[in-house]
Design a protein around this ligand. Structure first.
Ligand code: GSH
Length: 242
């Protein structure tokens, strides 16, 4: 099928993978994921019937890369351009990806709660071929969003804990950026890509194709005001490196 990335256009995780692939000039086809519906297909394509399916997934030659970090590493292996994983700072970069994952994990939990209360955003989650059905398909959109929440969001974490998980990571990034325009090694790396994408749960970047209601749901006005400096940094990074 040729090199193919299965993604969710609006998801910060998918953007993390696309950014690395594009940075390295890697060519690929895009297939838009439909939560719940595509899961059995992706299990078969990835030849792993038991794994928890998440996107992005890259199918490349006979290999499956089923995580944004693994996809970025593959991009580095087959692509061209400046390295996103310089060996001298590898451990730090992987550490920053973990920081980003914690911010995103908490950010998604908060965004999903808001989404389930927002009918317009739920309708915007319908796959393109169902969107013309609009409000009539709201119950279906709700089932899809509830499925994604139950798959990824444990009910035991309180809103305060989620906010604390986000601020811990954002404070760490702010401290690192106090002395440099980049998080590690004085150059643009995957650490910057990962944290920039995590800021998608504070203020989504303009370039992500989100419907207006979903843009609201993914935005966190309180954190946006506290971390306006990080959002500015992210926007400059996109201008220079995306
Ligand atoms: N650590 C994974 C996380 C990916 C992830 O959580 N993807 C979610 C994005 S919301 C997803 O696949 N959701 C749709 C689904 O579960 O069907 C990565 O970096 O790729």
């Amino acid at each position: 099928m040729g090199r193919t990335l299965v993604h969710l256009p609006q998801s910060p995780w998918s953007e993390k993978a696309r950014w690395a692939l594009d940075h390295h000039g890697v060519e690929y086809k895009l297939v838009e994921h439909v939560p719940m519906v595509f899961e059995p297909v992706l299990r078969i394509w990835s030849r792993d019937l038991r794994r928890k399916i998440t996107v992005p997934i890259l199918f490349d030659e006979s290999h499956t890369f089923s995580d944004s970090l693994a996809i970025a590493e593959r991009a580095e292996e087959v692509g061209r351009g400046s390295p996103l994983f310089p060996r001298s700072h590898l451990a730090e970069i992987v550490g920053w990806n973990e920081v980003a994952e914690r911010i995103m994990w908490a950010g998604r939990a908060r965004a999903m709660e808001r989404m389930l209360q927002n009918k317009r955003s739920l309708v915007e989650q319908l796959p393109p071929f169902l969107r013309p059905g609009g409000r009539a398909l709201l119950p279906l959109a709700k089932v899809g969003a509830a499925f994604v929440r139950s798959k990824h969001v444990p009910r035991t974490t309180s809103p305060a804990e989620l906010e604390a998980a986000m601020t811990a990571g954002l404070d760490k990034a702010r401290a690192a950026l106090a002395t440099s325009a980049y998080l590690t090694g004085g150059a643009f790396t995957f650490a910057d890509v990962a944290i920039a994408c995590a800021l998608g749960f504070v203020v989504p970047p303009a370039r992500l194709p989100l419907g207006p209601a979903t843009r609201d749901v993914f935005s966190d006005p309180k954190l946006a005001s506290v971390y306006a400096d990080l959002v500015d940094w992210r926007d400059r990074l996109i201008e220079q490196h995306r």
